[in-house]
Design a protein around this ligand. Sequence first.
Ligand SMILES: [Mg+2]
Length: 123
Amino acid sequence: MNLEIEAKEFLRKKNMSNITATEYQRKAKETAIFPADKALEYLSLGLVGEAGEVANKVKKLIRDKKVLLDTTVISSEIGDVLWYCAMLADYLDVNLGKIMDDNLDKLKSRKQRGTLGGTGDNR
Ligand SMILES: [Mg+2]
């Protein structure tokens, strides 16, 4: 078995992946089908719709008085959210990994300044 296949098998067994944000964004684009002249609207609405599907799965836990979340189902919906994030970033010509890095930097700064709580985009 070559090293790459062995590494992928190891990660699969550990329920992990070594895909990069850049690689994901590139591969996700291969499955993108939407009208180019409505891309921003399509992707924004799709993102909100998929986020709603995540929320709906959680809502049904309350309705059905369940405690355990089906990890496979919610993971699939999170993946759908991620696809729209990646495609929205691509539309804006921004690297998904850069967005991830910038977000972590922002949150780290807020934590250090004690502003993780509260409201406002620029705190
Ligand atoms: Mg979905």
